[in-house]
Each structure stands twice: as C-alpha cells, then as structure tokens.
Design a protein around this ligand. Structure first.
Ligand SMILES: Cc1ncc(COP(=O)(O)O)c(C=O)c1O
Length: 398
C-alpha cells in the first residue's frame, strides 16, 4: 500500500488573506500596555460610550428569564421585525421578515453574503480607501478585487461615473460603504440612485455596508435599501455595533431578497447557527426603543471630529480631508515620509506606537500609502495628548 504524504497543511483559501490590520495593531498595543506603557489609543474602531442602560437591561432580563437556548437560525421573528421596521421607518424600505437575517456582527453578514454570491474569478468593485476586511473577505471567496481609486482632492468621493467605468462583464458585485471607514466619505443621494440603477439594470449585486449610516454628518442619512424596485440586487448590511455602542455584543444583520436571505440562512445553519439568543433581545430593545441615544452619540462625534481636525491642523504639514461621517480622520502624512528613516505609513504607525506611544492604523491596510487612520471616539484630553505626542514626534524627524 502506498502512503501519500500531504504536501501542504493549510488550504489555499487561508493563504489568500491576512490578519485584519486593525486587529494586529490592537494586539501590538495590548502588548505594550501590558508592559505598563501609557498609550493614547486612536486605533480602536469603536465608540467610547458604554452600551445604553436599557439595552443592557434587556439582555439581563432575557438571561434571567432563561432565554438562553438555540433560536431559529435567522433570528427570532421579533428581532427580524425590529430590524425591518427600524429600516422602514428611517429609510422607507419594505423588507419582509423572510428578507432579514440577524447575524453575529455585521462582519459576518458581509462575509456570508460574499460567500453566497461570489465565485472564483468573479469581480467585485471596491472603492479605495476601503475598510480592511472587504478585500480579504472577497479574496477568501476566490473573487477578484477591482480597486476603484478615488481622489483625495475630492474627499475620496465615490461617483456613479467612476463605478460605471469599472464595470466589466465579469462584475458580480459592487461594495459601497457610506459613510466610509476610514475616510468618512459619503456617497451623495444622486450618485447612490444612479449606482442602484446601474447595478440593477446589469444584474450586479450592490452590497451596501451601512455600518455608519446613522453617523452621517453631511445631511439626512440615506439608504440604498429604500429603492425597493431594485431589491433583487441590493443587500443592506447593517450593524448595531457603532450605532448603539455594542461592538462586543456582535449584533448585525442583512436585508435582501428572499432568495439571498434563504442562502445566507442556509450558510449560517452550517456555521454559527443563530446569533446569541439574549443578544437578539438586546437588539430588539436597541431598535424599538427611543433613538435618542443615537442622536446624542452623533452630536458628540461631530464635536469630537471638529476638535480632532483642529488639533491635527496644529501639526505642521499634515493635511486632512473633512470626514462627512463615521468616526475616523484619515490624515495625509506624506510630508514626513522619507524623514527619520520612515519610508512607509506602516513604518510611521510602528514608530508612532513605540516612540510616541500613540496607536494609529497605517494607510496600507486601507489601500493607500500616505495616510494613517485615527479613530476619534476618545476623550478630548486624549485627543490633546495624542496629537501633542504626534506633533512632538513628527517635528523632530529630520
Ligand atoms: C465598514 C465596516 N463594516 C463593518 C464593520 C463590522 O462591524 P461589526 O462586525 O462589529 O458589526 C466595521 C467595523 O469596524 C466597519 O468599519
């Protein structure tokens, strides 16, 4: 009998992705913190507020009532009702209960959607700069990422014209994340409508990552999900993480046509099964109670954005677009590249971490080379201290 030795251990698909850069930065920062280093953390992509009391209470009550067993895979009807009604009230969409699925975080909704729709060789259009995970999730599925460059001079704006030029016969999907992580750019309502038309008419799926949809500072939040006539080709990817300060709870969802949701549910049935039962109850409380906390968070983020931009403006030769949403700024640090032996944004982030004790994520993680991402949900004292350290570090570089 011949015994064959496997030539490789790990599947090709795991080799196609990297550890999420934001998570890698967080791990490096945690190591330094454990050594007693006092860091100013502009790395974390999460609100600094605690989860509102009424949401926590709903989870505690659910646990006390022993709501701790398996539920149906796409989430109990009440959580799906809460999701579709919230979206209908805020954006005029008309999803039914079997067009909604509750997931263990918005990232999983995205991951599963790509798995369900994208085959080997399919092209997915991804505007740059992009949130780190989009690229890897597409590659994991075997898809080909078609990077769509945007212009910093135009605040990284994504236009329908640019999307149209990037479409080929192999385009399977387009990802839009508005407001975006990392640059906070917003797709205008006019462009969004034209993109929905383009996608629908050509049978291309439009994946709308609405993680920051309520953190739109440019005007009234809009959702592509409100174009009900194009439902067949639209997948709304939602998250409670940023809207309700619930990052650790892992609560997200997808809204899409029945057939897409049925396939998402099929995949979920063979992986995580239902998202945590009592988190579903917390999500119902978040989505159906007063939305005052959302407006309060939003107002505070606008104030912090302006404060952060003002402090950054005090650092010579740093330029920064004004984000119209989300809670990051994406300053251009190119004036400092080539100084002090720092050649890349990654080297800049590493030196800032180890020498200035400021945590930031390098632009390479988002597809650009001359930026770092700074997350501003921190106290104003931390903004003062972090930007002071950055200024001191950068202005000493020769
Ligand atoms: C653009 C974008 N989409 C999705 C997510 C995922 O959010 P979650 O999985 O916490 O719901 C994030 C988190 O940082 C994000 O920035």
């Amino acid at each position: 009998m011949t015994v064959t030795t496997p030539t490789k251990v790990f599947a090709d698909r795991i080799g196609r992705i990297e550890v999420s850069a934001t998570m890698a930065v967080a791990a490096e920062a945690a190591k330094l913190r454990a050594q007693g280093v006092n860091l100013v953390d502009f790395g974390a992509g999460e609100p600094h507020f605690p989860t509102p009391r009424h949401i926590k209470d709903a989870a505690i009550a659910a646990i006390d009532a022993n709501f701790t067993r398996y539920t149906v895979v796409p989430g109990i009807p009440d959580v799906r009702k809460a999701i579709v009604e919230r979206h209908a009230t805020d954006f005029g969409s008309d999803y039914g209960l079997n067009e909604a699925i509750f997931t263990t975080g918005g990232k999983l909704a995205l991951f599963n959607t790509i798995q369900v729709l994208v085959d080997h060789g399919d092209e997915v259009i991804l505007p740059v700069p992009y949130w780190v995970s989009f690229k890897d999730i597409i590659q994991y599925a075997g898809g080909k990422v078609v990077f769509l460059e945007t212009s910093e001079a135009e605040s990284f704006r994504i236009t329908a014209d640019a999307i149209e030029k990037a479409i080929t016969p192999r385009t399977k999907a387009i990802i839009l994340n508005s407001p975006s992580n990392p640059a906070g750019s917003v797709v205008s309502a006019e462009d969004l409508e034209r993109i929905v038309h383009l996608a629908h008419e050509r049978g291309i799926y439009l994946l709308l990552d609405e993680c920051y949809v309520y953190l739109n500072y440019a005007g009234k939040p809009v959702s592509g999900g409100s174009y009900t006539w194009a439902k067949e080709h639209i997948v709304v990817l939602g998250s409670l993480s940023k809207t309700y300060a619930m990052t650790g709870w892992r609560a997200g969802f997808a809204l899409a046509s029945k057939s897409v949701v049925a396939n998402l549910s099929k995949l979920q049935s063979q992986s995580t099964s239902n998202a945590t039962s009592f988190v579903q109850k917390a999500a119902i409380a978040a989505l159906t109670s007063s939305q005052e906390c959302v407006s309060e968070f939003r107002a505070e983020f606008i104030d912090l954005r302006d404060y952060m931009l003002a402090r950054l403006a005090e650092i010579p030769n740093i330029t920064c677009t004004k984000p119209e949403g989300a809670f990051y700024v994406y300053p251009n640090i190119s004036a400092y590249l080539g100084k002090g032996g720092i050649k890349t944004a990654t080297e800049m982030a590493t030196r800032l971490l180890h020498e200035a004790h400021v945590v930031a994520v390098p632009g390479e993680a988002f597809g650009t080379r001359e930026h770092i991402r700074i997350s501003y949900p921190v106290t104003k004292q931390n903004i003062d201290e972090g930007t002071r350290r950055m200024k001191e570090f950068l202005t000493k570089l020769v």
